[in-house]
Design a protein around this ligand. Structure first.
Ligand code: DQA
Length: 154
């Protein structure tokens, strides 16, 4: 069974109240509940982590690199566009990551079109609201299942 880290960055704890035109009305707990249901269907173990603090996210990625986590789904929020530290954290561990965004960042302010994660991620999914987590997880599971034993997935 794959252990999958669901990593949620700054301000995502405000989902449900925050800019519903961009992010919809589901809360983070509701989204995580849907992921729990998907986990039962698909047979993986989700571990949820949300932080508004860059260093805490860096620490959590380091921990995931050592604790048997097989892969990560990351919505880094605004840190997507700014954080070299989080990029370097992913580069420091053998942890395949899929980048997700609720909104289509390419239809918004130009600064959101830059991602410091995309080129080191397995893939990026955005613009479909909470279903991006399901799509990202299915892609990650497929890649993990196809990985030949012992070979890194980057
Ligand atoms: C986001 C997009 C980011 O630009 C923004 O800063 C967020 C949320 C999204 O899920 O659409 O906080 O990652």
């Amino acid at each position: 069974m794959f252990n999958i880290l669901i990593l949620q960055g700054p301000n995502l704890n405000r989902l449900g109240k925050r800019e519903p035109g961009h992010y919809g009305t589901k809360t983070l707990d509701e989204i995580h509940g849907e992921i729990e249901m998907l986990a039962k269907q698909e047979g993986f173990l989700p571990v949820f982590f949300q932080s508004n603090h860059e260093g805490a996210i860096v620490d959590r990625i380091h921990a995931a690199g050592e604790d048997g986590t097989h892969g990560a789904i990351a919505n880094l929020g605004a840190y997507t566009h700014t954080s070299i530290a989080i990029r370097d954290a992913f580069l420091s561990v053998d942890l395949p990551v899929v980048e997700v965004h609720l909104s289509n960042v390419h239809r918004r302010e130009s600064f959101r079109a830059t991602s410091l994660l995309s080129d080191i991620a397995l893939g990026t999914i955005g613009g479909f609201g909470p279903v991006v987590y399901r799509l990202g997880i299915l892609g990650l599971l497929d890649a993990l299942q196809r990985r030949s034993p012992g070979s890194p997935l980057k």
